[in-house]
Ligand binder design. Structure first.
Ligand code: KIV
Ligand code: ZN
Length: 506
């Protein structure tokens, strides 16, 4: 069986989804989970683009042991220098250099002729050798590039010393047979290609990212670029979980596999949701809420008689507890530790103590604590900023015959600030009061509220995305009180913005 390398770009292309930006520490948290999942490579960011990107790549490379850490760079000296610097002193490191090659990108974006592009590829792959021996090259918008020119481009890159050639379907435009033909033509028409890896990077604009990746592998690719939950630019990238499970479930027809430990798929997917606040649709393949639910009587009857009548995989295959074990106030430290271990969450003693205290507080408020409650507490605790804004207390007055008013008290770097505001509702008033304290101009781009767990005493979880100074920043908050959950989510989004912008909080 051919083994396909999994190149995970959740922390780079995935992070380019609006509202998915992650702080360097969140990237580390996610990268450790990706390592447990067994990915071969982690693309951790685009170091030249901001100090936070640089820091994220550096921190991830220092945190993981097994996967190769990859940094993205354009064919520009300063980009390559930044990638070299971010991954300095790391054994398993790769640079990923790219330049667009399609007619539309050449004419309107780059304003470059073909010859100039070929020259740049040669020059900058050579320049990258100053820092790296593992060099991946991507002709951006490859699938809309004239095929003979694409072959020229790949020949130039291989001759210059690229060790992996990645073919992106940048705008998710290709059809499976067409994309397969591109891979086949490169495989057959480029001298020396047998000594380099062929990778593919498929976007999902037409919903074809998975099938295009599969067709590419059938025609010679041995690396696929994927993201968890399929996040990424626009409609996203080929989803890791889809590629892995398709190759596993249809092993009868697909003669390839990966080194992924599928039982970490669900925990990794949930962690990403907690970090980014991006909730996959309920019917999202593999990890969506509905995937193992059966509504119609005929289906339920079939599943009860023989599960395989309507299920082609089991929840346990992807590490999804079929029944989440209910914890309560009498669950001891040991039970909590065991539960966290089953999600491969590793915490130092101080953080664990904090999680345990929060668990006890919650168990006092609601009798049953579910897995999702616990995982939410963990991601809250991991994200508690040391010097960021912290909610001390709030009061709201609301009703259908009075103007909703909120008073909020926040702590920031040992100082306390209080403000009061009115609004269209209690949540609007509280957000305005927070804005008054921080002095930031924010726009609420997205606000989602949902119950964690079930029943009347479920917790409220708020995920929201703010636009602050032209950047999207997301935050989440969880509480048995939805106004408090909203305030916490709002403050978290502000803290995240400040961390990414200034790196000042931790
Ligand atoms: O979609 C794309 O073309 C990319 C490249 C940088 C590989 O993300
Ligand atoms: Zn991409």
């Amino acid at each position: 069986m051919k083994r396909i390398k999994i190149f995970d770009t959740t922390l780079r292309d995935g992070e380019q989804s609006p509202g998915a930006s992650m702080t360097p520490d969140e990237k580390v948290e996610m990268a450790l989970m990706l390592e447990a999942l067994g990915v071969d490579l982690i693309e951790a960011g685009f170091p030249v683009s901001s100090p936070a990107q640089f820091e994220g790549v550096k921190k991830v490379s220092q945190a993981v042991v097994k996967p190769t850490v990859v940094a993205l760079a354009r064919c520009v000296e300063s980009d390559i220098d930044a990638a070299g610097e971010a991954l300095k002193n790391i054994k398993n490191r790769r640079i990923h250099v790219f330049i667009a090659t399609s007619p539309i990108h050449r004419k309107y974006k780059l304003r470059m002729e073909k010859e100039e592009i070929l020259k740049r590829i040669e020059n900058y792959i050579n320049y990258a050798k100053k820092y790296f021996s593992d060099i991946e090259f991507s002709p951006e918008d490859a699938s809309r590039t004239e095929l003979p020119f694409l072959v020229e481009v790949v020949k130039t890159a291989v001759k210059a010393g690229a060790t992996t050639i990645n073919i992106p379907d940048t705008v998710g435009y290709s059809l499976p047979e067409e994309f397969a033909n591109i891979i086949k033509t490169i495989k057959e028409g480029v001298p020396g290609i047998e000594n380099v890896d062929i990778s593919v990077h498929c976007h999902n604009d037409l919903g074809l990212a998975l099938i295009n990746s599969i067709y590419a592998v059938k025609n010679g690719a041995n690396q696929v670029e994927v993201t968890l939950n399929g996040i990424g630019e626009r409609a996203g990238n080929c989803a890791l979980e889809e590629f892995v499970m398709a190759s596993k479930v249809r092993r009868d027809l697909l003669d390839f596999g990966t080194n992924i430990n599928p039982e970490f798929i669900y925990p990794a997917s949930r962690l990403l949701v907690h970090i980014t606040g991006i909730i996959p649709s309920r019917n999202k393949p593999i990890i969506g809420e509905n995937v193992f639910l059966h509504e119609s009587g005929i289906h339920q009857d079939g599943v009860l008689k023989m599960r395989e009548t309507y299920e082609i995989m089991k929840p346990e295959d992807i590490g999804r507890p079929s029944e989440s074990l209910v914890l309560g106030r009498h669950s001891g430290r040991h039970a909590i530790k065991k539960k966290l271990e089953s999600y491969s969450v590793k915490l130092d003693e101080e953080k664990f103590q904090r999680v345990f205290e929060r668990f006890l507080e919650l168990a006092d408020k609601k009798k049953e604590v579910f897995d999702d409650d616990l995982i939410s507490i963990v991601s809250d605790v991991l994200r508690e900023p040391i010097n960021g804004y912290r909610l001390m207390h709030f009061h709201v007055h609301t009703g259908n015959t009075l103007l909703p008013t909120a008073t909020v008290k926040l702590e920031f770097k040992d100082d306390e600030f209080e403000a009061a505001e009115t609004g269209n509702g209690p949540i609007d008033a509280i957000f305005k009061a927070i804005d008054r304290i921080t002095g930031l101009k924010t726009k609420l781009y997205e606000y989602i509220i949902q119950a964690v767990g079930s029943g009347k005493n479920a917790q409220g979880e708020v995920k929201l995305t703010l636009e602050i100074e032209g950047q999207f920043s997301s935050g989440r908050g969880i509480s048995t009180d939805i106004v408090e959950a909203s305030a916490i989510a709002y403050i978290n989004a502000i803290n995240k913005h400040l961390i990414i912008k200034n790196g000042l909080l931790r």
